[in-house]
Design a protein around this ligand. Sequence first.
Ligand SMILES: C[S@@+](CC[C@H](N)C(=O)[O-])C[C@H]1O[C@@H](n2cnc3c(N)ncnc32)[C@H](O)[C@@H]1O
Length: 306
Amino acid sequence: MSFVEYGDTIKDGDTAIVFLGHESMFPVKVQHGTVTQTKYGVIRHSMDLIGKKYGSKVTCSKGGWVFILHPTPELWTMNLPHRTQILYSTDISVITMMLELKPGSIVCESGTGSGSLSHALIRTVAPTGHLYTVEFHQQRAEKAREEFREHGVEHLVTVTNQDVCKNGFGVSNIADAVFLDIPSPWEAIGHAKSALKAEGGRICSFSPCIEQVQRTCLAMEEYGFTEINTLEILLRVYNVRTISLQIPDLGKTAEDNSSTGFDSSNPSNQGSPCTNLQQGTVQFKSGVPLREMVGHTGYLTFATKS
Ligand SMILES: C[S@@+](CC[C@H](N)C(=O)[O-])C[C@H]1O[C@@H](n2cnc3c(N)ncnc32)[C@H](O)[C@@H]1O
């Protein structure tokens, strides 16, 4: 297993995802002789995991079952231990596309934070590209290095423990793209320009507040970046639900259901997703938006060095 290559079977030392449901999963480090507790009982790594195929349904000691999934950057983002606020897959997907990343790309990033974005960047640039990521918090930098090693991607990433605003990315004229997720990105724009290839490249800065965006845009302009563009991505998730509605009693006889428009004997209703199971009730499938509103994550400011 590695985060950039699919492995068929679960091995000692792998990071696997224990999937109990869409709202309930967690990562587990597979180790001979270890057990993992779930609400369905215990999973014994030697017996239940090692040697089984990824995607297997594993029965726990209380008789309930879980699926064991191969890790991906998206599953890692949903399950990683938070050391900082992180970026989620909706923003990450747009960042990847708008930075024009592909296998072979050289990318600079700061800060590394919890490594949520880093894993996605590494997967995209593999097998021939590289990520240079800068984190000034020493423990976070070390933890990120350790995770990259455990996830089989250490050869694709260099973690540097320094202040990007003072010391830059530690490389010059080699990057195709630069990404910033720090409180004062405007202080790193000059270093970003030096890190990018002489022939040019793309930059993105993520900031929660519009005042940060304003200062960043001014700095980008000052350093000669063009195509400066700020956007925000809002995801709308729908659940598929069966809805039952009461057909109003308009005073006609119960047998005369043609007036409801849901008469299954009517040829024009053949193939309709509606069913009239109970007298006076109609059922249909519908996409229902989640009750909670999706909140603001941050503004994404993109620009080009040309
Ligand atoms: C919000 S987190 C980044 C999260 C990351 N994008 C992710 O998806 O996991 C910001 C990180 O930047 C680091 N940081 C802030 N200012 C920095 C600077 N000037 N140089 C290097 N790292 C910095 C912080 O220590 C923190 O870990």
